[in-house]
Unconditional design. Sequence first.
Length: 767
Amino acid sequence: MPRGTLSLMIFAGLVSQPLVSQSIWDSGSDLSSESGGGGWPWVTWGSTELKDWKFFDALGPVWQWRDTDGSVKTPWVYSFFHGWLYPVGSSLSSVWLYSLKYNNTWVWTSSADFSLLYFNKTRKFYQFDMDSYGQDFLDLGTSHWYNFKKIPGLFPKDYSRIDGPSPEIDEVLELPQGVFSSMVRIPQGEYFMGAVTPAEPFNDEDGDGKYDPGEPFEDLDSDGTYDGKIGYDDEYPRHGVALSSFYIGTHEVTNEFFQLIVDWSETRPDKEGDIYRDFYKYHYDSDIYLDYNDYVNYYQRWLAAIMEYQLAPTPSNQSKVDAAKSNYESQLAQRDAKMADIRKYRADNPRKPVSYVSWFDALKWCNAYSEYLGKTPVYYVDPGFGGVLRSSTAARTDYRSFSNFNNGYAKWDADGFRLPTEAEWEIAAQGGLVGKPYSTGDFIDDTMANITMEVPGGDLTLVGLFPPNGYGLHDMSGNLKEWCWDWKTNYEDSSASFTLDVRDNGQSLLGSYKVTVPDLAVASTVLDVAAETDNYHQLYNSASGVHIGTSGDKLSFSLQGSGAGAYMVVLSPDRNAKNILGLRDLDSSVPITVPAVNEPAAGWSGVASFSIDYTILETGATGTYNVSVSPPSSGSQNASILYSYMQQVNQELQNLGISQFYTCVPNGKKLAINFQRGQKPQVFTLRSNAGDPFVTNLGFPEISGTSVDESALQFTSFNVVRPFQSPKDPKGPDSGVKRVFRGGSYGGTPFYSRVALRNSLEPFIPT
């Protein structure tokens, strides 16, 4: 939690402007009163964790460190999404914030709409997406979405994809007690991952779903025989990935290495004398979840017996309660005895790989190793990177409350240690070989890896006993499997899909079209991608009148021949449709923006007035909103006239309760009134008088509106359309149930030592 990051207060000396008053953040609601819908992490926080937190719409939770008398200890505040901020200004209606997370830049925002942030380094306004856990921002000037670390001009250029030296043992870290840790650098490049033996296509003449002798097949390898796939469905399709260079350990973590870091991190001898020493100590709890499903089963039986006794308190039912309780306690005793055996085994076998470590404990151990060597930890308990992940149960009533632990909690640019992503693990396991099923090539046996051999004194062998692969990595097949970062899911193919509904004033559905890109064989309306030129061919669906093409470097949709009341909406775009095509739910063919015709002029007096006449296309309902905009206060600390005026208009839209539907946004150097995407389509018109400041100062025309005329039935995607290509440094899905672990194990067969083989477990279960 933020209380452990005291050194950040040194930046206070950089500020020379008046501070925000201590009580200014009190205008927010108590975090404890927020339901935190959508699985927000703070719904699981206890009363101690919720103390001193305030909640603001479109900004989220903000924490101030207060003394016992309620006074604020430091001007610094901590935002759950935006990290540590130093506020300057007279009120939250116009406040500058010095940000550590956003590369030490000044950020301007306003209580009129906390989702709008102006970054001083880029001189641009961005809209913050809370659902992304502090990661994604919309550039309002270009309508491009960015991960915050990829906003042009905010961070230095990413040079990580400059190739390094050929793989070799680049670093050997000498640790106490003779423990060693060596790492090798894997070069950047374009790689393939997934199973390498797909089935050859065949004609299923009898419809039984499997190949039968005599059925025609496509002999892809010209060997004269049908080749079925080897592997499981979740290993396919084979697909490309683009990886930056990275370092990975040459050996599995040994028992003595693991215990060395655990002992150090649980006591933190480096913090001796520090009054906050307890905040820096680590807590590991894999042993609690050893044989988890077994003892939970016995516990549930005990609860069932108790409930049965409460309904019928007979001696027989009391005996059932006693027996169920005894069985549960016996199971716990067996678990504890097993853990004692594991600890003894670790002590007796210091150079064998450590086992029975949960995914969460593996993350904490990586952080502890980072801090041991003075490096920056990678994993945090919040997307603002304010609290290092050191304990997964402390101040949490349920271990699995971390089910939302996703990419937003990992500081990928930190120099500390972390788990490999699944793509990194597989590419490292290949050892530079291409199209081979094993880390050893086309063949593997018990002379190459610990997969089937009987080992005197146990099943595990010393790490590094067998020859390394081409990258100098040992035991990538056999011995033990290794945790990866990713949530488990099937590999995504390179297609993108969404549904395009064509409607007539909402009263009838003219057609619903499933669009798949670039699957020409399945979809009737598709895009064909030419990756090298970033050029997308326009196709025409004559049945629906839908044109799909390009508008500059964005995807363009237009509708013709369906009548003046027709329009389109995009529904259910999948992940690729969002990431590659730049689509969002309920994009509409009705134009969503009314732009100003002139740049905003100098300040005005009086009130700028305009009206919004609207028609909801789905229902035909009509109405009018009358908006009165006060001029900005003199000396207002806004980024420019453009954003000062924009803030005033948005404040009035918010006061009217229509900011969910309409917002004022920058349009180059001009303003625009925008109908928010994601809402049900509307047609609207702006009206104002010729001499009104809305026209003379804000630059809007007297009358300007959207239309359902055929010539206006067009919309473009949010973002630049990007060609289908190998994803760079993939980190798997953002959420899930189980985490992936990879690698063949002892006591198996060659089949279970393939580099493409995938396994998974819930992250709190040790393996």
